[in-house]
Design a binder for this molecule. Structure first.
Ligand SMILES: Cc1cc2nc3c(=O)[nH]c(=O)nc-3n(C[C@H](O)[C@H](O)[C@H](O)COP(=O)(O)OP(=O)(O)OC[C@H]3O[C@@H](n4cnc5c(N)ncnc54)[C@H](O)[C@@H]3O)c2cc1C
Length: 425
């Protein structure tokens, strides 16, 4: 329940907003097309509320993680609130009566906000729409820079709402204004003030290794103060100084255990930044880290567990395994699947943990030679029944979605299925 409280609060606010507009409707007198104005105002108000939630989540408030199940899940909520606000914006534009003969400043501002938000949101949706993907390009950094301007269009959208010729609705407008203020404050915090309050801690790259031909293992030693790494499986944001291409903030799981006095990251070369890192990162490079975030923590689960890692999704599990002191007090079946054997990293370390922890059973699987991992196999190894298991998964989204469906069909309660989101966009 606590992990869903954030989403419940958002849904409650949406319902409350609708109720407030119903109980305190706008003044009707002298208004032509009253119903359309009324509906348009409700839609605009809901849009402001949802955008405010998105802007708030972008501030990455650590204290709120517990109410969403981790920052990665908060970004999933951010995606949903933003997409809903985007769709409402279209319905709003189609609903409100616009007379070409009587355009006011508010109408022009509305158009600017509408077009600006479209320009920003379409590339966000592009990874999921192949046609747009081609148009928008894949560069996350370019998208992130563009995404920054969304708050400006939020403000323009609000000014539009108070300068346009809409019927007055004091109570509902005051209620909505609260979210405008919160949204603007969140935006300013993210873009301007946050840097003075958030902790960006300096680290030095102590070692760089390549466990295979596409992975970099980076060991980082803290300067004066380490980040607060509360439990294995958490992630942080890092940027490396002194090289323009590496000076971008990217999220990576901490693959070392919290008890270690260094941080270790295991990074797959999958795009521009990570490939550049593979080729050019050197010992002695200075880095800045923000975190740690995330609640992907097997210790919160029950006595019987199944862990499924796909490819580089092994990193949180590496942290779990490295945190063990031969004291695993749960029954765990750990499946580590890769395409080819060479892709699998730190297998010996995982197998060593398997030998030392009688309750840990590991299965390393290369699909090109051993065939793909199946749910039937997982169920068989679990003794024919997985309904009482907690499932922890991390890996490519299609793999997670496919297994989630199969685990649900096999009777695992939805609340027992946990996964780490590797994709924030
Ligand atoms: C919580 C979390 C933990 C992760 N842990 C690991 C890990 O342990 N090891 C590992 O190899 N990878 C991990 N990743 C993925 C890693 O962040 C991306 O692979 C990396 O940022 C890709 O950057 P790129 O420029 O090389 O590739 P690109 O081709 O530019 O990006 C590929 C995709 O990665 C995502 N991405 C890129 N840049 C960022 C960014 N600055 N912030 C957020 N997402 C971005 C986007 O979805 C993008 O579409 C993790 C991601 C998340 C969200």
């Amino acid at each position: 329940m606590k992990r869903n409280l954030g989403n419940i609060v958002i849904i409650t606010l949406v319902v409350l907003t609708i109720i407030i507009w119903i109980v305190f409707p706008p003044v009707r007198e002298g208004t032509q097309n009253y119903e359309r104005y009324y509906a348009g105002e409700v839609l605009g108000s809901l849009m402001i509320l949802l955008m405010c939630c998105s802007l708030f989540i972008s501030t990455r408030p650590k204290w709120a993680e517990q109410y969403f199940g981790g920052l990665d899940k908060m970004y999933m909520t951010h995606r949903r609130t933003s997409t809903s606000a985007f769709l409402l914006m279209f319905v709003h534009v189609l609903t409100v009566p616009i007379s070409i003969m009587n355009l006011r400043l508010g109408n022009y501002l509305g158009m600017i906000a509408f077009l600006g938000i479209i320009a920003i949101v379409l590339p966000t949706l592009s990874p999921r729409i192949p046609f747009l993907n081609k148009l928008a390009g894949k560069d996350y950094e370019d998208w992130k820079k563009l995404h920054r301007y969304v708050g400006i269009f939020f403000i323009i959208g609000y000014v539009h709402s108070i300068t346009v010729n809409a019927p007055s609705a004091k109570v509902a407008i005051n209620w909505t204004t609260m979210f405008v203020v919160l949204g603007i404050a969140s935006y300013l915090y993210t873009e301007v003030f946050g840097r003075f309050f958030k902790k960006y801690l300096p680290y030095t790259v102590e070692a760089v290794k390549h466990p295979n031909n596409s992975t970099t293992e980076v060991t980082l030693r803290p300067g004066k103060e380490p980040i607060k790494h509360r439990h294995p499986g958490q992630f942080m944001f890092i940027r490396f100084l002194g090289d323009k291409k590496m000076n971008e903030s990217h999220p990576f799981t901490i693959s070392s255990a919290p008890s270690e006095d260094v941080l270790r990251l295991t990074i797959k070369a999958s795009g521009d930044f990570t490939r550049h890192l593979f080729q050019h990162l050197k010992e002695g490079t200075q880095a800045v880290i923000e975190g740690a975030y995330g609640m992907f923590d097997y210790k919160l689960g029950g006595q019987k567990q199944i862990w499924v890692a796909g490819g580089i999704g092994v990193t949180p599990f590496l942290s779990f395994v490295r945190d063990l002191k031969n004291d695993l007090n749960r029954d765990v079946d750990f499946y580590y699947t890769v395409r080819n054997r060479e892709e699998a990293v730190f297998v010996e370390e995982i197998q060593e943990a398997d030998r030392k922890n009688p309750r840990l059973q590991t299965y390393v699987r290369a699909s090109s030679t051993d065939g793909s991992l199946t749910i039937e196999e997982i169920i068989k190894n679990a003794g024919g029944d997985v309904r009482d298991r907690d499932v922890y998964m991390c890996g490519p989204l299609p793999m997670i979605q496919a297994f989630e469906k199969k685990f649900l069909e096999a009777g695992v309660p939805a609340g027992n299925i946990h996964y780490e989101e590797f994709n924030f966009r």
